[in-house]
Design a protein around this ligand. Structure first.
Ligand SMILES: [Zn+2]
Length: 285
């Protein structure tokens, strides 16, 4: 069977504000993955298990308390996965690459940093050789910055020409893309409608019509037979078979969050999914 995590019942809502997109799973080291695994193991072991709900054998249960229990448990699981992945978040690189930085500035920048560090360690003196050296290296750094700012156009052209000459096409096109990175302006009028909000509403209507031309029906699963035959090892297997490198679903859990977590996750999801099957409203695919 196929479990789609974006189809987890809408009684279950994730309230986490953490942006999991910042985790670049493909760049993680083995230690990162091992620490995520260990961390999820610890956090998942603290997920509260509502015993009464878990042992409820009624596959068509409508008990509101059981519904809330499942929702709370699922949120605990999601939060545990997010918390464990927080240390893996790498801040996105800010600022833009400046032509000539490596050639004209990097050396002075490193020198100025070192000098400032030594000056701070010496108790930030206001005079003397350490202070003078810091002043001197900072001035050289600022001068280098001014130089590349003044000659940005020329340096950019030189940098691109150099990449082209060296047949470094990947870096060349990256720079071309960077230089041309200006967003196209939005049209003022579409189909006689003008104004950003009105145009947005027009597109909403358009796609609403397009995507709903074949009617889909929500149905309430109110007579579930045989679902209780799903076993924990099947949930585990499904987790193992998830494709990685995909965008997240509505609950913001990526396949990697689930796949790289401790195997404790499978029985917990099993507990969370089983009762929800009968309580939730699923959308037909
Ligand atoms: Zn129940």
């Amino acid at each position: 069977m196929v479990i789609r995590f974006d189809n987890i019942p809408d009684t279950v809502k994730c309230t986490n504000n953490f942006n999991p997109d910042l985790v670049d799973w493909s760049s993680l080291s083995e230690e990162d993955i091992a620490s995520y695994f260990t961390y999820t193991d610890v956090l998942l072991s603290n997920v509260y298990l509502p015993k009464e709900t878990i042992i409820c054998k009624n596959s068509n249960c409508t008990d509101i308390k059981h519904k809330i229990d499942v929702s709370v448990m699922y949120n605990h699981i999601v939060t545990a996965l997010f918390e464990a992945s927080k240390p893996l978040c790498k801040p996105r690189k800010k600022g833009k690459a400046r032509p000539g930085w490596n050639t004209y500035v990097a050396e002075f920048y490193a020198e100025a940093c070192e000098a400032t560090k030594s000056w701070a360690m010496a108790g930030k003196p206001r005079q003397g050789p350490i202070f003078e050296y810091k002043k001197h290296t900072n001035a050289k750094y600022k001068y280098a910055i001014r130089y590349i700012n003044k000659n940005e156009q020329t340096l950019r052209a030189d940098s691109m020409a150099k990449k082209l000459l060296c047949k470094n096409s990947k870096a060349f096109w990256k720079e071309v893309k960077f230089v041309n990175n200006c967003k196209p302006s939005l049209p003022c009028t579409i189909d006689g409608v003008s104004g950003a909000n009105a145009i947005a509403a027009l597109w909403q209507q358009h796609y609403n019509k397009l995507f709903n031309c074949v009617p889909t029906e929500f149905y309430k699963v109110d007579n579930v037979e045989g679902v209780s035959t799903i076993k924990t090892h099947e949930v585990y297997q499904v987790i193992q078979n998830l494709s990685v490198n995909k965008s997240t679903g509505m609950d913001s859990i990526s396949a990697e969050h689930v796949k790289l977590a401790s195997p404790r996750l499978a029985p917990l999801l099993h507990f969370a999914l089983l009762p929800s099957w009968s309580m939730a409203i699923f959308q037909t695919l």
